[in-house]
Write a protein that binds this ligand. Structure first.
Ligand code: MG
Length: 258
């Protein structure tokens, strides 16, 4: 069953999502050569506390960290630890937060310094795929419109979509209906209605789509060892364009000069 949020619930989602975005932005800014994924996760834990929230990931089916940090060939659900970030890596950070009973969920992948050109293209296509998915998330469209839009962008650049993990509804629960695959046909799935809050999250690979699970039982890696990227926003379906709930506040220092 897909939950249609009330105006009050949407306010709750807005607060949780703003907090999620603030934490993600701050952790992403800390990524640099020499820092460990464990240090990034510890910093995120502190930031989540400062936001008055809790991590929905910590303890979820036994997951041991506050965030998911996935480096290079790691796709999603990376377990933070002693891995040290190196120049040229791509680092995916997935931040969820529960604030006053509502979950905000977002992720981004950041390059460490200059990465090779095809990986840079992968990063840009990942963001474009998320934008296309969000643009398709309009009332009256079906879930498949989001899936199809993402797949089309990704495959037109010769990259591949991970099949095993999907976006999802989000609200009082981290995972609500519907599931939102990053591939599919526009006429498939449930019809979108105003008041739905959805986590749209393309996971895309530079090489093939196949993935494997590491022995830790969590970390998902590409089967061919090629890098992968992950971008996620929580959005609100409206009667017009979707509202991105996990958009950080505009920086006080943002210049109007172009
Ligand atoms: Mg998610």
């Amino acid at each position: 069953m897909i939950v249609i949020k009330t105006a009050k619930e949407i306010e709750g989602m807005r607060r949780a999502c703003t907090a999620a975005a603030e934490v993600l932005r701050a952790v992403a800014a800390m990524v640099q050569p020499g820092i460990t994924t464990g240090e990034l996760d510890a910093a995120a834990a502190e930031l989540i506390r400062e936001q008055g929230g809790k991590s929905p990931f910590l303890g979820y089916k036994g997951f041991p960290c506050h965030t998911c940090i996935s480096v290079n060939e790691e796709v999603v659900h990376g377990v933070a630890g002693r891995r040290r970030i190196q120049y040229g890596d791509v680092v995916s950070i997935d931040v969820g937060i529960i604030v006053d009973g509502f979950v905000g969920d977002n992720a981004t992948t950041v390059p460490v310094g200059v990465v090779d050109p095809r990986t840079q293209e992968l990063l840009e296509v990942g963001q474009a795929a998320l934008r296309a998915g969000i643009a398709a998330a309009r009332a009256g469209n079906r879930v498949g419109a989001i899936s199809h839009a993402i797949q089309t962008v990704v495959e037109s650049h010769g990259f591949s979509v991970v099949r095993e993990f999907v976006g999802h509804g989000v609200g009082r629960q981290m995972h609500e209906d519907p599931q939102i695959p990053n591939f599919g046909r526009p006429n498939e799935g449930a019809k979108l209605r105003p008041g739905m809050t959805l986590a749209i999250e393309p996971m895309i690979n530079r090489g093939g789509s196949a993935v494997q699970m590491l022995a830790d039982g969590w970390t998902v890696v590409t089967a061919d060892g090629e890098p992968s990227v992950h971008f996620e926003h929580t959005i609100l379906v409206t009667n017009g364009e979707a509202e991105i709930l996990t958009c950080p506040k505009k920086s006080l220092f943002e210049s109007k000069v172009r």
